[in-house]
Structure formats: structure tokens, C-alpha cells
Design a protein around this ligand. Sequence first.
Ligand code: HEM
Length: 409
Amino acid sequence: MSLENVIARFDVDDPGFIADPYPVLNELREATPIFRNERTGQWTLTRFADAYECLRDRRLGRSYSHLYTHAQLRRAEPDARWAAFQQHERWSLLCLEPPDHTRIRRLVSKVFTPRAVTAMRPTVQGFADELLDHCRDLGTFELLGDYAQPFSVAVICSMLGVPRTDTKLLLDWSHAIVKMYELSTTDAIREGANSAAAEYIDYTKSLISKKRAQPDDLLVSALVAVEDEGDVLTEDEIVSTTMVLLEAGHEATVNTLGNGMRAILSHEGEWQRVTGGEVAPRVAVEEMLRWDSPLQLFERWALEDGVVIAGQPIEVGDEIAMLFGSAQRDPRRFDNPDLFDIARGDTAHIGFGGGIHFCVGAPLARQEIEVSVAGLAERFPTLALAETPTYHPNFVIRGLTALRLESQK
Ligand code: HEM
């Protein structure tokens, strides 16, 4: 097959591709390390080593607005119709580069220390126990809706100091907002994301004023206190930071649990390796992250001249897309990469990124997934798929619509 034909099969609107993108991603990766996606105008990377390098390359950035105007890089001005969406991510860590990124990241990192995450463990365990006991009472249960979503939202809300009673609101907003990050969107989806962002901003502002009046020792109050003491964080910065933590803090965790448990239960004998004690849940987490990436694509802008990736010269203002799902199955990096091996335990994958944007929540996410797998193994030693699950019709954020599970008699 010609290279053009292989590239044409990278079609995020093709249900067959979404159902199982890996055969196409494997072909693409073996055909070329880099190709131009004519639909998005992005240079697209397929191999682990190139993605790994790009994540660390300081000549590339997640945004360019600290250095260039849109016109200078021949890019369209942001669409004024989606102003609330733009406002919500304006000060998000994911949209900043140094020096603003360094300043805000330092403050957030203080709260996400390994010690703080370890201290969260009893709380995380408590949420898992409560929800998994309920799943056991249900008999057949839906892992995402009955467990993973309420679990991960409860965890991040309790770290931030957001009332648990508001989690349904936050879930709905977050689901609508993250659709904006797909390669293929419609105005209806953008409108939904924008109005969700507007409501989310109002909610967060009112939360901040409540914390100002009645501080606690949780993250939102900590961010407010920093602002009050040293005029370091503005209200807009606190709003964006709180929102990115809520969003980033649960979508990927939910999808790692869904995609990962589906993978385990579709490979005979793998669950028994966990329930029988051969493979610790902590080890299982890494293969769950690698084999079916919950986040398939991340982007960077070229900020300087002279960048060459996989032999391809890249111009200032060009956009680069890293295909994580492809990189995580690269045989140059992983032995027998299509094999789902729950004991693989390779922690040096790129599932949490790398470089200055490395996932702030990685220790928390690992802990959440470990506690969940352990809780499932303890209660459901004979767990099995109750039906064949299907994926949401999205590419970038890869997750199941539902995952119905039951214990085998
Ligand atoms: C399994 C779950 C998770 C996965 C797979 C994941 C993955 C990632 C990846 C790949 C990045 C880097 C993006 C890039 O370089 O462009 C990232 C960044 C980030 N993640 Fe996570 N994440 C997860 C859970 C979490 C959690 C639980 C939180 C917060 C509580 C979180 C907060 C963040 C934040 C704030 C950033 C931006 C950091 C920065 O730009 O400096 N993530 N995540």
C-alpha cells in the first residue's frame, strides 16, 4: 500500500478506526515517522522516540501567544463566539509557557507533593470502598457510571475543597468542555462547550468568594491565600487553575480505568494474575495506561527556527501532533508491543507526558487506579465483561461509552 493510502486510513470519523485504531496506527508508524495531516495541517508523529523528544524540546510549546500574535504565525484569530471557552483555558497550565507556566506550576506542585498524595490515600480508599460495595449490591454494574466517574470526581473535589454535592454539575460541564479538544467538531459541540465553560467560570468564581470568606486547608483556599498574601495569583488565574485540575483530574483517570479493565478482561487469564496475587495492582496500572491510551494525541507549536523532527524541517508556527497511542505501541521501544501483559510494569512510558508539562496529577492518578484495581480484585475475583463495550466516537480522548461487568458463577 502506498504511503498516501496508509495516511488516508487515519480517519478519525471512521467508526471502524475508532473501534480499533491500532492496526492503522501500526501501519502508519511502520510506513513513516512523520506525516502531514492535510485535514488539520499538523505534522503528525508516530514513533515513541520522536514524541519523547518533542515533549522535552524547549523550542516547542503548548502555546505561542507569549511570543507571537496570531497574524504573525498566519493563524486565524480565536472565534469570538467561543469567548467563554477561551477565557476558561486562558491561564490553564496546559496553555502556558514560561515564565507564567513556571510561576503557577510551582504553586500547584506544592499541593501535589508525593507526601500530600500519600496523605490522601485513606480518603481515596474510603471513596473506592463505598462505591465498590454499592457495585457489589447491584450485581451487574457499569464500571464508568456506577464507579469510575463518581470516584474520580469525589477524589479531585475533596482535594480542591469543592462540595461533593456539586459533582454532577461539574461532570456535565467537564464532559461538554473537553469535546472542544477533538480533531473533528461541529458548531453545536463548540456551542455546548462554550456555554458549559461560561457556567463553570461563574461557579468557580462564586466558589472562590466562598473560600475567601471561609477558608479551609484545601487547594482552592490555598490558591486564594497565595493571591491575598503576595498578589501572586489573580482571580482569572485561580479560575483557570481550578478548572484545569477538575477537568484533567478525572476524564483521563476514568478512561484509563475503563479502557484498562476492558483490556484485562478481554485477555484470558490476566485478571487472575491480579486476583491471585502474582501481579500487584500498582504494577498493573502501567500496562493499563500504555496498551490503550486514554489520551491519543497531544499538540505542540514550533516556536523557533531550525527545528528538524525525524528528518523533516519544521517552520516557526507549524503545529505538531504526537500520536501517543501509536508511540506507546512502538516495537522500537516496547517488546512485543501489541501484547497486553499485565505484569509488564514499564513506568517509563509517555502516558503522563514529559518535560515541563509532565502531568501534575500523575502520582494521584496512579494511586486512584491502583486502589480501584485492588478494590475490584478483592470484591470480584471472577469478574467478566457482561457485554461487548463500545467506544465514544472521539479520537483524542479515547474512552468507552459504558463498561458493564458481572461476576461469573
Ligand atoms: C490516568 C490519568 C491521567 C493521565 C493519563 C494524564 C495525562 C497527562 C498528560 C499526558 C499530560 C501532559 C500533556 C502535554 O504534555 O501536552 C498531563 C498534564 C496535566 N495533568 Fe494529567 N493525566 C492524568 C490524571 C491527572 C490528574 C488526576 C490530574 C490532577 C489532579 C491531572 C492534572 C494535569 C495537569 C494540571 C496537567 C498540566 C500540567 C502542565 O501543563 O504543567 N492529570 N496529564
